[in-house]
Design a binder for this molecule. Structure first.
Ligand code: ARG
Length: 461
């Protein structure tokens, strides 16, 4: 047991208590951020004359060595230490003696862990954003290639109106774009430095909090030390953004699973992203999409768990907050992994465009346009709706599409129909006449694609 306290205690900590309390098995994940924060802290202590120039230099050099030794595997982070903060400090003291004992001047583990977690989350947020951008690039490339690929659009999972694959994919583009905007918003709110908050009430040392904040790339210091050590809003916001990203990935996965099914055959997932069955030789399963859909639950779980942990906590730090880590780390890794795999699956998927087109023309997706044709020839919409309803019934009985009916058959139901009806209800016409902003018509789609291209050219980090 290696712990940073003990002066006040007369008995050894019970081993089970020690294990229950320790966090090294998971907070070792942010050893880099812990060392980075300590280096900034020591630089500031040196600048303020709280440590001498020599002490400052020695501590920084040794902290960097510790970081290198951990990275090279020379120094192992073992569970003999209570947490990552104890590990770093104990190793520093072992290497530097009394000078090492000065590292923690004007600092508490409460503001230290608040800083480490914020630094870690900030990096994860940026990495997630980069992955989302890659996914958006894949989607936009597919959109450009498929502005003329006709497929049925659905409501209630029933064929509704024809759209294009570009249009369908464009819906997901908007979702993941919003996810990125959300991450940016969160970044703007979270990028303030809690270091210097002390245990809860600041410190009596003349710390320069602006300086440490600047060294660590923050906009400035947090403005209340009690809030500084006990705020986990930024993490909740990030987990909430992660949950939303997963919800989007899960919806997309669900569609791919449906599209990949034997009945639809709209897509074929690449062999590299499918798996077989141990018993059924014919099987090629969409496991990646299913796993992404499935893992959405655990990310939601992390969000719920932290919200619940935080709900009754009085100010300021409470040990409950140590529970902010394990599930959050898991959620962050899960989201990054899912975006990356999903992107690979999407980029290598084959779209069976013939099947999509056939499916669109087989589902009366042009019924609305047939009614619109009648309206354009003076029939009131409600009557037109009724006429086309009778046409659909007729087609269902004969197992044909509207465009398979002869003009005589159509005219028998309504004399308004002329030869130009066939052009008016062709899949191409149905799609390309829809030209309002955001609609699937090719010209409208191309406008959106060029806007989104510009959007992807700019970056915020
Ligand atoms: N392992 C602790 C955590 O993750 C570090 C902070 C400890 N502070 C304390 N007062 N015990 O929250």
């Amino acid at each position: 047991m290696a712990q940073l306290w003990g002066g006040r205690f007369t008995k050894e900590t019970d081993q089970l208590v020690y294990n229950f309390n320790a966090s090294i098995t998971f907070d070792r994940k942010f050893y880099r951020q812990d060392i980075e924060g300590s280096i900034a802290h020591v630089k500031m202590l040196g600048k303020q004359g709280i440590l001498t120039g020599q002490e400052t230099e020695d501590i920084i050099r040794t902290l960097k060595q510790i970081r290198e030794d951990v990275e090279s595997g020379k120094l192992e982070i073992t569970s003999e230490y209570e947490d990552i903060h104890s590990f770093v400090e104990a190793n520093l003291i072992e290497r530097l003696g009394d000078t090492g004992k000065k590292l923690h001047t004007g600092r508490s583990r409460n503001d230290q862990v608040a800083l480490d977690m914020r630094l870690y989350t900030r990096e994860e947020l940026l990495a997630t954003d980069t992955l989302l951008k890659e996914l958006l690039t894949t989607i936009l490339n597919l959109m450009e290639a498929h502005t003329e690929t006709i497929m049925p659009g659905f409501t209630h999972l029933q064929k509704a109106q024809p759209i294009t694959l570009a249009h369908h994919l464009g819906a997901y583009f908007e979702m993941f774009k919003r996810d990125r905007l959300r991450l940016h918003d969160i970044y703007e709110r979270m990028n303030y430095c809690p270091l210097g908050s002390g245990a809860l009430a600041g410190t009596t040392y003349p710390l320069d909090r602006e300086y440490t904040a600047e060294l660590l790339g923050f906009y400035g210091p947090t403005l209340n030390s009690m809030d500084g050590v006990s705020d986990r809003d930024y993490l909740l916001e990030f987990l909430s953004a992660c949950a939303t990203i997963m919800m989007h990935l899960s919806r997309f996965s669900e569609e791919i699973i449906i599209w990949n099914s034997n009945e639809y055959q709209f897509v074929e997932i690449d062999d590299a992203y499918s798996t077989g069955s141990s018993i059924m030789p014919q099987k090629k399963n969409p496991d990646i999409a299913e796993l992404v859909r499935g893992k959405t639950g655990r990310v939601y779980g992390a969000l719920m768990s932290l919200l619940t942990t935080m709900k009754g906590l009085p100010l300021a730090y409470n040990k409950d907050m140590q529970e902010d880590k394990e599930l959050s780390f898991d959620a962050m890794d899960t989201v990054k992994g899912c975006i990356a795999l999903f992107n690979g699956m999407l980029a290598t998927m084959r779209f069976q465009t013939e099947n999509m087109r056939r499916s669109a023309s087989r589902g009366f997706t042009n019924a609305t346009d047939a009614a619109d044709y009648l309206v354009n020839h003076g029939v009131p919409f409600r009557d037109a709706h009724g006429i086309v309803g009778r046409i659909v019934l007729y087609c269902l009985e004969k197992n044909i599409a509207i465009e398979d009916m002869s003009l005589a058959e159509l005219q028998a139901i309504s004399p308004v129909f002329e030869e130009d009806i066939y052009d008016a209800i062709s899949m191409e016409t149905c799609v390309n006449k829809r030209l309002t902003v955001g609609a699937p018509g090719k010209a409208a789609m191309e406008q959106v694609i060029s806007l989104e291209k510009k959007y992807l050219e700019t970056d915020w980090h």
